[in-house]
Design a protein around this ligand. Structure first.
Ligand SMILES: [Zn+2]
Ligand SMILES: [Zn+2]
Ligand SMILES: [Zn+2]
Ligand SMILES: [Zn+2]
Ligand SMILES: [Zn+2]
Ligand SMILES: [Zn+2]
Ligand SMILES: [Zn+2]
Length: 97
C-alpha cells in the first residue's frame, strides 16, 4: 500500500518530546499532525492516512461552537485546537487529528 505523499514545507521535527501524539507502526513511528499521520522517510516527512487514535485523558471538556478553542475545517468535520493537538468529535469520545 503506497498511499503516502511527501509533506513539503515541514519545518517541525517530530521526536519523542515534540508534543504530538506518536503511534508506533511496526518499524516506524507515525505522528498525528495537521490532520494527517507523518512518518520520517529519507530526511523528509511522508503524509499518510490518519489512523484512529482516541484522545486520552480528555477530561470533562466538551468541544462546541462556544467552547473557546480554535476550530479548523477538516474535510466533512471540524477539528478543535486543544493543547497543541487537533481533536475531532467521534461518537462519545474525541479522536486525535
Ligand atoms: Zn511533532
Ligand atoms: Zn508533521
Ligand atoms: Zn517519502
Ligand atoms: Zn473546546
Ligand atoms: Zn479532523
Ligand atoms: Zn479536546
Ligand atoms: Zn474515535
Amino acid at each position: 500500500m503506497s498511499t503516502c505523499t511527501t509533506h513539503v514545507d515541514h519545518p517541525h521535527t517530530h521526536g519523542p518530546d515534540c508534543g504530538h501524539v506518536a503511534v508506533v507502526h511496526g518499524d516506524h513511528t507515525d505522528y498525528i499532525h495537521d490532520g494527517h499521520a507523518h512518518r520520517e522517510h529519507d530526511g523528509h516527512w511522508d503524509e499518510c492516512e490518519l489512523p484512529h487514535v482516541v484522545a486520552e485523558d480528555h477530561g470533562d471538556h466538551l468541544h462546541g461552537p462556544d467552547c473557546g478553542h480554535e476550530t479548523i475545517q477538516h474535510g466533512d468535520h471540524v477539528d478543535y485546537l486543544h493543547d497543541g493537538h487537533r481533536h475531532a468529535a467521534h461518537g462519545d469520545h474525541y479522536d486525535e487529528h
